[in-house]
Design a protein around this ligand. Structure first.
Ligand SMILES: [Zn+2]
Length: 289
């Protein structure tokens, strides 16, 4: 499941190919993903110019100006299995923009062709992803963004975080998965950040000192930044091949390592797995208090 670093990797991979380009062709291969595609989706995107590709949490925000001169945001959420692929081997055949482009693989639900002869496809086997179109001025009113907390790719304000946790007596693990506390944090990176900061996932969110929250904030920033960097390097390796923007494998310290020895050199602990709010938590019971 793509988490924030993967989505940022996809964003930065699409950006150089898409920004400044015009969408010359678009085809939808089905009427819906998790939700139906917006009404007039193809007609709106056809001829649109791509101004900028941003991100908020795990949402890709493609800012476009349409043929009608509207400033819109094409929002994509990748769900569990959503994936964009860039193809720069499209045959430059006259009239190809008017003909159906054949699917290159199964579950390829959206295909775009840009004026620079790049083709971009969106595949999503499980179809938990979705796409929306909203006016640019309404972006802050988009339901998912109204109560969303700050981005962990920006320096985290510890006082603000402490404030948001002050009325939460649930375990810190569950609190950090709440998008109004911090945006875009998923299960993997929460487990890793708690390990690095030596905090048990079972600790009550409102019982953690400011000093420990400062350590946790620094760990969250570092874990996310490192994962984005790892994605960037994977992308460079990919560029020679088929341009697929995807999900790289990391070495995790605790995530998915139940019953293995703690990776902290000075610790003799064993990584445990427990279930909190229906999700697996991995942690070392010896060095995480
Ligand atoms: Zn340990």
């Amino acid at each position: 499941m793509p988490e924030l670093p993967e989505v940022e990797t996809v964003r930065s991979g699409l950006e150089p190919h898409m920004v400044g380009q015009v969408i010359d062709y678009i085809a939808l291969r089905r009427p819906n993903l998790r939700y139906p595609f917006p009404a007039q989706f193809e007609q709106t995107l056809l001829g649109a110019e791509i101004k900028h590709i941003g991100r908020r949490a795990k949402y890709l925000l493609c800012h476009i100006t349409t043929a009608q001169n509207d400033d819109l945001v094409w929002i994509t959420h990748l769900g569990m299995t959503g994936r964009f692929t860039i193809y720069n081997d499209a045959p430059n055949t006259p009239g190809r923009f008017h003909n159906q482009i054949e699917p290159r693989e199964t579950h390829e639900h959206v295909v775009l062709s840009l004026r620079n002869d790049i083709q971009i496809t969106y595949c999503d086997p499980r179809r938990f992803g979705f796409m929306h179109l909203i006016p640019e001025e309404d972006i802050s009113k988009y339901p998912a963004f109204v109560t969303m907390g700050p981005e962990p790719t920006q320096p985290i304000d510890v006082a603000g975080l402490s404030q948001r946790l002050s009325h939460r007596s649930c375990p810190i693990k569950s609190a950090l998965l709440d998008q109004s506390v911090l945006a875009g944090l998923g299960n993997i990176y929460v487990c890793e950040a708690l390990f690095r900061s030596g905090i048990s996932p079972k600790t009550r969110a409102n019982k953690i000192s400011k000093q420990r929250l400062a350590r946790l904030s620094a760990a969250i920033e570092a874990v996310i930044a490192e994962a984005i960097l790892a994605g960037g390097s994977t992308l460079r390796d990919f560029r020679a091949s088929d341009g697929e923007l995807g999900y790289f494998q990391h070495q995790f310290d605790v995530y998915d390592r139940a019953n293995e020895a703690c990776s902290r050199a000075t610790c003799q602990g064993i990584v445990k797995r427990i279930v909190q709010s229906g999700r697996s938590s991995f942690y070392c019971g010896t060095c995480q208090k």
